[in-house]
Each structure stands twice: as structure tokens, then as C-alpha cells.
Design a protein around this ligand. Structure first.
Ligand code: UDP
Length: 258
């Protein structure tokens, strides 16, 4: 059983159960706008929250990793990252509004952040990439204050990274260390920012070092296929998808959640 997420008790009663449980992972059914609103509220109230952008791979892996499952289910916000999660929610009779991926969510936050003069710390990616992403964001939204650090630090360098983040006092900490490492890292370092979000490879997209699928392809829900063609090494990761589908069908027709 998952723990109750911060402030959601009242919201559940007001909005109904806007969540769906997929293979034991509870995913929010909020739209992009509603998710951004939750984050805005957390920044304003300064009560720290964790945001997980859950893709099918992460949900599947959490079936074998109880700690990861607990970490995801205790996060305040868990979004449906990927068409596989959107499909699963529909199969289970609780459709989600839309796909809320890390990079789309972050981009939806920038105009709000610009108005509120928020501070963003970008942590992750190959050396130089987070800085390039931060420079791009700060040039598009000059009121946002950004700082960046790469994601290839070792345990001896970690205290220095933590010190940089603490000194900067970010409103939003974007952690792009790859899943599930970023989810563990965020949970192990609470209170660094009002909102900590695991964003996977978003800095590569923001910096332009990885080109996202054109909008047309994204609308057709085929971004995963585009990525697979561009980054064929991903097939190993995506090989989990058929098993995810079978498990979701097992949950739908046999009530099996593991
Ligand atoms: N990454 C990192 N440190 C590491 C390993 C990976 O910062 O030790 C970064 C990597 O450079 C890339 C991101 O993590 O930017 C990849 O994350 P993931 O594969 O989860 O993201 P996805 O591409 O699925 O969004």
C-alpha cells in the first residue's frame, strides 16, 4: 500500500481519485497544466515535493525492486511519461489526461518560472550539456536564474555538488542522471529544493545535443519509435515493453498486479 502523498488527502476528496494504479505504481491522471499548477503551489508554499516522470520501463522494473516502488509511490507527483503508460491507464479503465514527459513538463514550467523569477539547478548529463541547456533557458527566459552541474561525478565529488546546490537554494532541482538512479538520488537528498524532478535525458533535448521527434510524430504517439531509430541501442531497454503490455493485460483481466 502506498503512503499518502503530501497535501493530497484533501485534493483527493475534492477532485476524486485522480490516480490510477498500474502494476502497483500509482500514477497521477492530471493534465500538464494541472501538474504545473501543483508544482507552482509547492514553490510558493516552499513545502518540498518530489516529482517522478514514470515510464513503462520504470514501472516494470519497480515490480522487482521494492525500494524503487516505495520511492515512486511516496513521491508527491507521479506523471504518465510515455504512450505505454497512457495506454495502460486506458486499459485499466482510468484514462490519464495526456502524456506528461519530463522535458514537456519542464518546458511548461518555464513561462511560470519566468513570471515568478524562480531559480533552477540543472544536475546531470555529460559535462557541458546541462550548462548549455541552462544557458539556452536563461536566454529564452531571462528572469529565470540557472546553475548547472554535470552528472558524471563520483562519491568523493558529491559533497561539492551538494554544497553548490545548497548554496544556490533552487526552487526547482532538475535531476537528469538517468532512471532509476535519479529517483534514488533525489530521495536520498531531501530538502535541496522546493521541487525535485527526475528528468532523464531532458538536458540533451534542451541543449539541442539530441533532437526530439518532430511534433507531427509526437502527436501520432510514435516518439518511442523515432528514438529507437535514432538511438538503436535503446532496443534493449524497450524490449521490456512487450512484457509490460502482458503484465498490464494480466492486471486488467486477471487482477494480477505483479
Ligand atoms: N547520465 C548522467 N550520469 C550518469 C549516467 C547518465 O548524467 O552517470 C545522464 C545522461 O547523460 C543522459 C541521461 O542521464 O543525459 C539519460 O537518462 P535516461 O536514459 O533515463 O533518460 P531518457 O533518455 O530515458 O529520458
Amino acid at each position: 500500500m502506498c503512503s499518502l502523498r503530501y497535501g493530497q488527502g484533501v485534493r483527493w476528496m475534492l477532485l476524486g481519485l485522480k490516480r490510477v494504479t498500474i502494476l502497483g505504481i500509482t500514477v497521477d491522471r492530471y493534465s500538464m497544466q494541472e501538474t504545473a499548477e501543483q508544482i507552482r503551489r509547492a514553490v510558493e508554499t516552499r513545502v518540498p515535493i518530489r516529482v517522478v516522470t514514470a515510464n513503462p520501463e520504470m514501472i516494470y522494473v519497480s515490480g522487482r525492486d521494492q525500494r524503487l516502488k516505495q520511492l515512486i509511490n511516496s513521491a508527491e507527483v507521479v506523471t504518465a511519461d510515455g504512450i505505454g503508460v497512457v495506454w495502460a491507464a486506458r486499459q485499466l479503465g482510468s484514462p490519464v489526461h495526456e502524456r506528461v514527459t519530463g522535458v514537456d513538463l519542464v518546458q511548461a514550467l518555464f513561462p511560470i518560472a519566468h513570471a515568478g523569477k524562480w531559480r533552477f539547478f540543472f544536475l546531470g548529463g555529460k559535462p557541458g550539456v546541462a550548462q548549455q541547456a541552462a544557458n539556452q533557458v536563461c536566454s529564452d527566459y531571462p528572469e529565470i536564474v540557472c546553475k548547472a552541474w554535470h552528472g558524471y561525478f563520483n562519491s568523493e565529488e558529491e559533497p561539492q555538488v551538494l554544497e553548490q546546490i545548497r548554496r544556490f537554494q533552487p526552487d526547482i532541482l532538475l535531476v537528469g542522471l538517468g532512471a532509476p538512479r535519479q529517483e534514488y538520488w533525489i530521495a536520498e537528498h531531501p530538502g535541496l529544493a522546493s521541487v525535485s524532478i527526475g528528468v532523464g535525458g531532458s538536458f540533451d533535448a534542451l541543449a539541442g545535443t539530441v533532437i526530439r521527434a518532430p511534433k507531427r510524430i509526437r502527436k501520432l504517439q510514435l516518439e518511442w519509435l523515432y528514438r529507437l531509430c535514432k538511438e538503436p541501442w535503446r532496443w534493449k531497454r524497450q524490449a521490456v515493453l512487450p512484457r509490460f503490455v502482458l503484465k498490464v493485460l494480466g492486471q486488467r483481466f486477471l487482477g494480477k498486479t505483479s
